[in-house]
Design a binder for this molecule. Structure first.
Ligand SMILES: NC(=O)c1ccc[n+]([C@@H]2O[C@H](COP(=O)([O-])OP(=O)(O)OC[C@H]3O[C@@H](n4cnc5c(N)ncnc54)[C@H](OP(=O)(O)O)[C@@H]3O)[C@@H](O)[C@H]2O)c1
Length: 314
């Protein structure tokens, strides 16, 4: 039986890397991994090649390179790297290139790693949160959500995948507990008593692999999460795992936006959106469905058990 090649954008990164590892870990499933990267000679790219992936150079800003990289592939996993540039416009241009390349190469199943366009619930004139970059409420969500239409308009057979907050942000994104003036660890989450859908980023790739095994999900929008947890629940799990008390610091979204680090306003709006539309946002990320795609789906406690020593406690 010939193998179905999945072209994986972001293969050296978190989401795509998880997908490549999931494909390579299940050779009997009939899929092969093609890892796309801007730099095929980087250490990460070489490691993917050594692990059994085909490594191909491609740049999301170069439509022709994507077209070549998607050629002959059964599937394509499409993701953008918003936090490299903070530009929803650039993200949209890159999504447009991926949709066109998938169309031109005749890819049979695309997964577009997207997020909600928050403006459908919070229009720009709604003053509850500031408008950012001129035409967005949550730029790193809205740009992706708006880009869904590029895939639809071209008739690309796409599964729209709404992902969740990575628990790995506690390691890599400065979201871990911080020591306050009293010396106690506090976990900042500006969502009051509302639940945050979260997951181990490695599980996003595993769920994506599950989606590629389910052609019936083409044309559908699906959402995934490992657990829906309040800040207090996350702080309790952190306390247990770290062996020292961690309190939940539920600052308001307004205070969070004022923290001033790059993207604080975008993330403050994002957390406010997730809190104010808790039912819809959690409802769009069904846990049993996520587990059906990926039986290895981790809970926060499981993720913490494996990763607690990697969380910087500032
Ligand atoms: N943090 C969260 O909680 C969270 C939750 C949901 C969604 N997201 C979204 O996830 C996305 C990032 O995904 P990630 O975390 O998997 O990324 P990541 O780990 O930061 O890695 C970025 C990947 O994108 C590739 N890349 C970047 N620019 C490229 C370009 N111009 N051409 C080709 N490849 C390019 C990089 O490959 P090379 O460097 O090898 O070229 C790398 O593999 C963001 O858009 C973010 O909004 C994040």
């Amino acid at each position: 039986m010939s193998q179905k090649t999945i072209a994986v954008v972001g293969a050296t990164g978190a989401q795509g890397g998880g997908l490549v590892r999931a494909i390579l870990a299940d050779p009997g499933a009939g899929f092969a991994a093609r890892a796309l990267t801007r730099n095929a000679t980087s250490d990460k790219a070489r490691a993917l090649a050594q692990a059994g992936a085909e490594v191909v150079a491609a740049d999301l800003d170069d439509a022709a390179s994507l077209r070549r990289a998607f050629e002959g592939a059964y599937g394509a996993f499409c993701v953008t790297a918003f936090w490299e540039h903070f530009s929803a416009e650039k993200e949209q241009s890159q999504a447009r290139h991926m949709a066109q390349a998938a169309k031109d190469a005749g890819v049979a199943h695309v997964i577009w790693s997207t997020l909600e366009d928050t403006r459908l619930r919070v229009p720009l004139e709604d003053a509850r949160m500031p408008t950012l970059q001129g035409k967005y409420k949550v730029p790193h969500y809205d740009g992706k959500g708006e880009a869904n239409a590029f895939f639809t308009a071209l008739g690309v057979p796409t599964t729209f995948l709404n992902t969740s907050f990575y628990w790995d942000n506690l390691i890599h994104f400065g979201s871990g507990p911080k020591k306050g003036p009293d010396g106690k660890l506090a976990f900042v989450l500006p969502m009051g008593d509302k639940k945050l859908p979260g997951m181990a980023v490695e599980d996003i790739g595993r769920c994506a692999f599950g989606i590629f095994k389910r052609p019936d999900l083409i044309g559908k929008t699906v959402g995934i999460a490992g657990e829906h947890l309040t800040g207090a629940q996350m702080a309790a799990a952190l306390s247990k795992a770290l062996g020292q008390p961690v309190v939940h610091n539920a600052v308001t979204p307004e205070v969070y936006r004022g923290f001033g680090f790059p993207g604080a306003d975008d993330l403050g709006n994002m957390f406010q959106y997730k809190a104010e539309f808790e039912a819809e946002y959690c409802g769009a990320r069904d846990l049993a469905f996520s587990r059906s795609l990926n039986p290895q789906l981790q809970t926060f406690a499981q993720w913490l058990a494996a990763n607690k020593d990697r969380i910087p406690l500032g």
